[in-house]
Design a protein around this ligand. Structure first.
Ligand SMILES: NC(=O)c1ccc[n+]([C@@H]2O[C@H](COP(=O)([O-])OP(=O)(O)OC[C@H]3O[C@@H](n4cnc5c(N)ncnc54)[C@H](OP(=O)(O)O)[C@@H]3O)[C@@H](O)[C@H]2O)c1
Length: 298
């Protein structure tokens, strides 16, 4: 099997390229970063997919900076909506299966329970709207499309929440996190394994939710990160989004509760472990994420 990955320098793409527990990637992997394959360039995408002649394309490229998407909605649409459509069209032309990665932020977060794949999306910010449009354009352009929605992915890199919390704690900055935004923290490595499983099992086209199990607020997630890093004694202030905005934060609106239920994946035997277990495994594998020696960690 030949797998082409877009957005090759991102968190999920790197996890997909890395050897998994089964001993390695599921086939020959061609991973292209933005400098090699800008997905907004339709002709380039067509050529790259034709040259690679992949069995499957895992489309990870995206503008994931939600604040930037809010400031520059046209840029968000160009990458997340039309870039995804470009990839889908190229896959259709080559008869390659498409796995397009999407987000919990296609939902408004008002349901009050985990979203299943058939729930009606209603994005509340520019990032979510651009990703939802990408889902729709991809499925319209290519029938053999699997849309994989996930949430709160961490896996290394400056933009990941785990790294941000640890950096803030080490810099002695005040630690305050919202209690009224919740989803499922998801390990890029676990997500990569689940995506591999979807491909290996030749899952039928459609929408799949893939997140680590359980949910957390940003506050609960940050507290767990600090506890695992041996910094559980630090003071962390729980605040509301309203309080955060009153103190000057002007970021995009977020869905208050957008945990996803992985119902379709579970039905075909694909399950992910609870988010706390995945976070512990990720931080244990990276001693630099902790401030105490391994044997001393709680
Ligand atoms: N991170 C999360 O919490 C999260 C949550 C839910 C869903 N997702 C989805 O999961 C997927 C993977 O996310 P991730 O966390 O791995 O994101 P990431 O680390 O931000 O990776 C995305 C990659 O796409 C690249 N990219 C941006 N514009 C591009 C373009 N025009 N052409 C080609 N590549 C481009 C980025 O390059 P530059 O950095 O150079 O711009 C980056 O390397 C995305 O579809 C994302 O929407 C992520």
């Amino acid at each position: 099997m030949r797998i082409l990955i877009t957005g090759g320098e991102g968190q999920l793409a790197r996890a997909l390229t890395a050897a998994g527990p089964a001993g390695g990637p599921i086939g020959q992997v061609i991973s292209l970063g933005r400098s090699d394959l800008d997905v907004t360039d339709a002709a380039l995408v067509r050529r790259a997919v034709a040259d690679a002649a992949p069995t499957v394309v895992v489309h990870c490229a995206a503008l994931t900076d939600t604040a930037r998407c809010e400031r520059e909605p046209d840029a968000a649409d160009a990458v997340n909506a039309h870039g995804t459509e470009n990839v889908a069209r190229a896959c259709a032309a080559m008869g390659a299966r498409l796995v397009a990665i999407s987000t919990n932020e296609v939902f408004d977060g008002e349901k009050g329970a985990p979203y299943i794949e058939d729930d009606e999306p209603a994005a509340v910010n520019a990032y979510g709207r651009s990703k939802l449009q990408g889902e729709r354009l991809a499925r319209a352009a290519h029938t053999d499309t699997l849309v994989v929605r996930t949430s709160w992915v961490y896996g290394g890199g400056a933009a990941d929440f785990v790294a941000k919390v640890l950096a803030a704690a080490r810099a002695g900055r005040s630690l305050r996190f919202v209690t009224d935004e919740a989803a499922s923290p998801t390990s890029a490595a676990d997500l990569a394994e689940a995506v591999r499983a979807l491909i290996e099992r030749a899952a039928p086209p459609g929408v799949y939710h893939l997140t680590n199990e359980g949910d957390a607020s940003r506050y609960a997630w940050a507290c767990e990160i600090l506890r695992l890093a041996g910094m559980g004694g630090l003071t962390v202030a729980p605040i509301t989004t309203e309080e955060l905005r009153a103190s000057g934060y002007d970021g995009p609106r977020k869905p208050p509760y957008s945990a996803l239920a992985n119902t379709r994946a579970r039905a075909i035997g694909i399950t992910l472990r609870p988010w706390r277990d995945a976070l512990r495994a990720w931080m244990t594998a990276r001693p630099e994420a902790t401030t105490v020696r391994r044997g001393m960690r709680q």
